[in-house]
Design a protein around this ligand. Structure first.
Ligand code: ZN
Length: 408
């Protein structure tokens, strides 16, 4: 399906260094080492509700990954999925009496508008689960042929014994896996499974639910195999970064990796598994089930400058769970106004050292706090002494655009 419009990224003098990122599987910050074309997969939305600040923070994180790689001279092949058929979507549609396809289309369109407003660079390939059903059924057929899938009352399951590396992405022990599997849409209690942690690859037709007639019978795909196949068929095994929110560490990313490893007989699925922290409100994780969402579209509707919102979300480390408080937006608006006034000056102190500082900070596991602080210091100096290099304000405007994604 169509993604959203891209925005131009200014060229900067010189080149940034290698991007280091925290890899969940390794438990440490490691350098990414992409080829000329860096390969990025980020799990997309299930379109049953509007984009909240937690989603926005996640997609901004991987937008920075793309920007830093580009600045280091790489092209980026970025793939994102849309889980446009799954239980939460169908449940929401049934609850509101909406048609599930209309609900999905409406929320996908709102997401596109939110991403455009936040100047998130779009994926090169934006793939819905529904449009990927033929390739997903092909993959499940292959798993069946190799004995890496089994039937259970009309559904198909993946036995975790088929992936020797199962557990290496999250590093969680079995007890924690079982608890999270139950909490996040898994079915550890279902009778007849070979292992409680086995995950559903294909769900046979259920009364009143959409289904597709395929070689596997009538039904619809599971969520984990959807991402395995969409990523594998476009990026290949061993792509550079698999990204998402930290609530995807288990079971989603563990199972997606396990499916792909069973399908190919090789490992790893991704060289880095990178996870963004959760955004909380009033001491609780922001989530649909808790009903405490701050929506990007609502803020846009209230005429909040999306660039201020972007700055507010980047003023915290991407990996940290952090609180959204009422003071964050006014602080970001004031910062944006200061930055804009500084880049409008006819001349300012040289910006070359600032470019090096911002590059170094972002390359160090996306340290946006240090990067924004360095820009603040240059801005303060420029506003105190607006003289020196006439090219400096333009360079700062360009570097803030290219690396932070904020248009001044
Ligand atoms: Zn996914």
């Amino acid at each position: 399906m169509d993604a959203w419009p891209t925005c131009a990224v200014p060229d900067l003098p010189g080149e940034g260094g290698p991007l280091r990122l925290f890899d969940t599987a390794a438990g440490e910050v490691r350098a990414t080492a992409p080829d000329a074309v860096a390969r990025l997969y980020v799990c997309g939305i299930t379109p049953y509700d509007a984009t909240h600040l937690g989603h926005a923070a996640t997609y901004l994180t991987f937008d920075l990954v793309q920007r830093v790689w580009r600045d280091a001279g790489h092209q980026v092949h970025y793939v994102q999925n849309v889980t446009d058929v799954d239980d939460p979507l169908l449940e929401r549609a049934a609850h509101t009496g909406d048609n599930w396809m209309n609900l999905a289309e409406r929320e996908i369109q709102l997401f596109r508008e939110d991403m455009t407003a936040l100047r998130v660079l779009p994926p090169d390939e934006y793939i819905g689960a529904v449009e990927a059903i033929p390739e997903i059924t092909d993959a499940i057929e292959r798993l069946l042929e190799h004995g890496d899938a089994y039937h259970l009352d009309g559904d198909l399951y993946f036995p975790i014994s088929a992936a020797p590396g199962f557990g290496s992405e999250s590093g969680y022990d079995r007890e924690r896996m079982l608890a999270l599997f139950a909490e996040r849409g898994g079915d550890p209690q279902r009778p007849g499974k070979r292992d409680p942690l086995d995950s559903m690859l294909w769900q046979g037709r259920r009364h009143g639910e959409p289904f597709w007639n395929t070689s596997l019978g009538a039904g619809r795909p599971g969520w984990h195999i959807e991402c395995s196949v969409i990523a594998l068929n476009r990026l290949g095994m061993g792509f550079d970064v698999q990204g998402g929110g930290s609530d995807l560490v288990f079971p989603h990313h563990e199972h997606s990796a396990a499916h792909a490893e069973a399908l190919t007989g090789t490992a790893p699925f991704a060289k880095h598994y990178v996870h963004a922290g959760m955004i909380g409100l009033d001491g609780e994780k922001m989530s649909k089930s808790r009903g405490n969402l701050v929506l990007v579209s609502k803020l846009r509707g209230a005429h909040i400058d999306p660039m201020a919102l972007r700055l507010a979300l980047l003023d915290g480390h991407y990996r940290a769970d952090r609180e959204w408080t009422g003071g964050r937006l006014p602080a970001a608006e004031a910062r944006l106004a200061r930055w804009r006034s500084a880049v409008a000056l006819p001349a300012a102190p040289s910006a070359e050292p600032l470019l090096a500082e911002v590059r170094a900070a972002l390359a160090d596991d996306l340290d946006t706090i240090t990067a924004l602080g360095a820009i603040d210091r240059w801005v303060a100096t420029a506003r105190d002494r607006p003289a020196g290099d006439p090219a400096a304000p333009t360079l700062v405007r360009d570097l803030v655009d290219a690396l932070i994604g904020v248009a001044l």
